[in-house]
Design a protein around this ligand. Structure first.
Ligand SMILES: NC(=O)c1ccc[n+]([C@@H]2O[C@H](COP(=O)([O-])OP(=O)(O)OC[C@H]3O[C@@H](n4cnc5c(N)ncnc54)[C@H](O)[C@@H]3O)[C@@H](O)[C@H]2O)c1
Length: 394
């Protein structure tokens, strides 16, 4: 039998529709799941877990008194044990899996604690805040032998997968330059309070919140080469302006992260990554994503959010018979389970079968290295070297 590459294994795991047809979900032993952090995104996790016949939600935790109890009641669950933080939850329950749905500054501690206690972890994006935390998470994962998957649900979208297929089939030839990013004219996320905008809770703003998606889209397509150097910039002109929050002008004082970031990144293999991302800006888009190769160029229309699919049909620019042509790639109507159901199912399958994580930390480590590098380079006011270890070197 030939050994499958990591990308082949991941492709098979991401092919949720195929799995549904071929594999029966065993329900004789329920997978015991805990939810850490019961805010906005935990709702999406809960909704998906509820649709999984082999899952038993046994407990949850939230720092805010009464929040976890109200959360489970809202979801129609009685008698779920609730705890004041991740440690109390993990110390008191026998769990197979946890979803870490806390704000960014509380991604590393619950993930590491869960892995240290032999629990598989589905960690929301971004992986964490600093590269030092990311390395500690990888170290804990390696020691535990458990599954850690990072919550990038766009990975499961058929149109997003097509980008990787185009690159892997050689339609672009040798990729040498990528421009990516996106953003919103006005879209600093504060509908549920300030957890996305304070330094104490979020740590990083647009750069980590939606920037991590654009980085993942292109880096995953080209096989996640190691980032080598970064020249980064970030700003907070809109977040620090009380007029941005007419109903809550006090949010401007609380604002402690970036609302715009840009960077020039050198990747292993001589590839250049030109990146920009915004929660707020005075333009409709900072540009589509483009991937330039020696045989073809791909334009991926920008979206303002990056949590689902592409912003429209992609166009491949190429030469045929010495003449320039454009091929529009029609959007794939991706029917079937929601992206969240695919993200949760593939995590459960990997956890129960001990197979590779659908969105592995070995890749997202480099995503976090770029984000962290942009922050550090912006602070230093110059290009910096990253010197990030590979997962194997950790
Ligand atoms: N994948 C997606 O589409 C998506 C969408 C939105 C948010 N997110 C990510 O999900 C994370 C959470 O976002 P949100 O909007 O739900 O935030 P939120 O502020 O609404 O909820 C986070 C909750 O975690 C709790 N918490 C923090 N530390 C804790 C700890 N140690 N133990 C127990 N509870 C703890 C907080 O009290 C809060 O209630 C963020 O990192 C965000 O980037 C992902």
């Amino acid at each position: 039998m030939t050994k499958k590459s990591l990308s082949e294994i991941q492709d098979a795991q991401l092919d949720y529709s195929a799995r549904e047809e071929k594999t029966e979900i065993k329900t004789d032993r329920k997978i015991r799941v805990g939810i850490i952090g019961t805010g906005w995104i935990a709702d999406a996790h809960m909704d998906s877990y509820k649709r999984m016949p082999d899952v038993e939600i046994v407990a949850g935790a939230d720092l805010i008194p009464g929040k976890a109890e109200a959360f489970f009641k809202k979801h129609g669950y009685e008698g779920i044990r609730c705890y004041p933080d991740h440690k109390a939850l993990i110390d008191n329950e026998e769990l197979d899996c946890v979803s870490v749905c806390t704000y960014n500054r509380q991604h590393a501690a619950p993930t590491i604690y869960a892995l240290e206690h032999g629990i598989n972890v589905l960690l929301e994006k971004p992986m964490c805040v600093t590269i030092e935390e990311a390395i500690e998470i990888c170290r804990a994962e390696k020691k535990s032998g458990k599954v850690l998957s990072i919550g990038f649900q766009p990975r499961f979208d058929a149109n997003m997968k097509m980008i990787k297929k185009i690159v892997e089939h050689g339609d672009l030839g040798q990729v040498y330059y990528i421009q990516t990013g996106g953003g919103r004219r006005r879209g600093i996320p504060t509908p549920f309070g300030t957890s996305f905008i304070t330094d104490e809770t979020a740590g990083i703003g647009a750069l980590a919140d939606i920037g991590c998606y654009s980085l993942d889209m292109v880096l995953n397509a080209i096989g996640y080469p190691k980032p080598l150097t970064v020249s980064g910039y970030k700003s907070d002109f809109f977040g620090k302006d009380p007029k941005t929050f007419p109903d809550h002008p006090e949010y401007a004082d609380a604002f402690g992260v970036d609302d715009f970031a840009a960077a020039f990144v050198r990747l292993e293999g001589g590839i250049i990554l030109d990146f920009r991302i915004a929660w707020a800006m005075n333009i409709n888009t900072p540009g589509d994503t483009i991937i330039l190769g020696t045989k073809g160029g791909l334009r991926i229309p920008s979206t303002d959010c990056w949590n689902g699919s592409t912003g429209g049909p992609m166009t491949l620019y190429h030469q045929i018979g010495g003449k320039s042509f454009e091929t529009v790639i029609p959007l794939i109507d991706d029917k079937g389970p929601s992206l969240f159901d695919r993200k949760i199912r593939s995590f459960l399958d990997a956890s129960m079968n001990g197979t590779a994580a659908p969105v592995p930390s070995s890749q997202i480590l480099y995503n976090q290295a770029i984000i962290d590098g942009i922050v550090k380079s912006a602070q230093a006011g110059r290009e910096i070297e990253l010197n990030v270890p590979s997962f194997d070197e950790i």
